[in-house]
Design a protein around this ligand. Structure first.
Ligand code: OGA
Ligand code: NI
Length: 339
């Protein structure tokens, strides 16, 4: 069977057996509550006297819930729509074209794969294709990007630059809230920028499978751009809650490195993706990731708190994370200082 599910015929009548999760891992038929009061932060007034209030909102949201949505983030809604359309077109391109980017080798800087990087070994597959590539600085990577759809390089290039700018602005608000001067993160800590596009074709039985496993993001910070089809869930107060897409808004997900650098002030939310029976779902994630050899450690907070974590390189963290089956608690546990 063709590995990339977006290369299957678009109407799958029943869920293939190797996508059916064991009973204890299935989402089931229950109706999940919608998370209605997800913090919504308006960044428009960020330059004015409201800066302190916005910083407080970011810290409150990150401590209490782990993540938040932003509006007036500096990425024009028309550009967001254009980019989403380019990716929808990309996933509808002929099978041979998409397959030319197929690779499970993570050192390959522009690639498409299905389910997880463990496709060949996993017993059950997740219901997704993922297309991912590096994008900072754009000129260093653009030659590896698709040439079709024809607008791809222009639209995705502009989008990547705007997304980075917006994330760095949010990181500046965060470092100011930590008592550090602006630019604390604008260096090797955020050097690598990955675009990661998930695509899930309509699924014949969403109760039996998942579009993405439950996880925390291992990087520094993520910006998630959803299309209008729901699917994202966050684990809050012991239950899974649906995060409904809000047109024009972006979701900010603090990664595990932000949790460590803020010495646990920020949490990194556990989230997963459900599938949809009626419509295909596409989401665009922008990940800022530290350089491999940079030292990561809790920033001094001026409050005399002892560092919860010891210093390590991102390379060391990432290999521990993948070696712990991508379980955040297990991986972070390896870097905790003794109390
Ligand atoms: C991710 C992720 C959620 C989504 O890519 O890390 O959590 O809705 N994506 O696609
Ligand atoms: Ni994630």
């Amino acid at each position: 069977m063709e590995v990339l599910m977006s290369n299957w015929s678009q109407s799958v009548e029943s869920l293939p057996e190797n996508y059916i999760f064991p009973l204890n891992k299935r989402p089931g038929n229950q109706v999940f509550p919608v998370w209605k009061n997800i913090p919504l932060i308006d960044l428009e007034t960020e330059e004015s006297q409201n800066r302190a209030a916005i910083i407080k909102q970011i810290f409150d949201a990150s401590q209490e819930f782990g993540f938040f949505q932003v509006i007036n983030h500096g990425v024009p809604v028309s550009l967001m729509d254009d980019t989403m359309n380019v990716f929808k077109e990309f996933f509808n391109m002929p099978a041979e074209y998409k397959s030319s980017f197929y690779s499970t080798d993570i050192s390959q800087k522009c690639r498409i794969y299905s389910s997880t990087l463990n496709y060949d070994k996993e017993e059950v597959h997740y219901w997704r294709d993922n297309f991912t590539h590096h994008c900072h600085p754009v000129e260093d990577h653009v030659d590896s990007w698709p040439e079709k759809p024809t607008r791809y390089r222009e639209v995705v290039g502009t989008y990547s630059i705007k997304m980075r700018k917006s994330l760095l602005k949010i990181l500046d608000l965060i470092c100011e809230g930590m008592g550090h001067k602006q630019g604390y993160f604008d260096n090797e800590l955020s050097k690598t920028q990955l675009l990661s596009v998930n695509h899930h074709i309509p699924c014949p039985n969403p109760s039996l499978t998942l579009g993405m496993p439950e996880h925390s993001d291992p990087n520094l910070i993520t910006m998630l751009h959803q299309c209008s089809v729901p699917g994202l869930q966050v684990f809050l107060n012991g239950q899974w809650m649906n995060v409904e897409p809000m047109p024009g808004a972006l979701i900010v997900i603090p990664g595990l490195q932000l949790k460590v650098i803020t010495n646990g002030k920020f949490s990194s939310p556990i989230h997963r993706v459900m599938t949809d029976s009626a419509e295909a779902r596409t989401t665009i994630g922008t990940f800022l990731i530290p350089s491999h050899d940079i030292l990561i450690e809790p920033a001094k907070d001026g409050e005399g708190n002892l560092p919860v974590y010891r210093g390590y390189t991102y390379k060391e963290f990432f290999s521990t994370f993948t070696g712990s089956n991508c379980d955040a608690d297990t991986a972070l546990g390896c870097f905790k200082n003794k109390a």
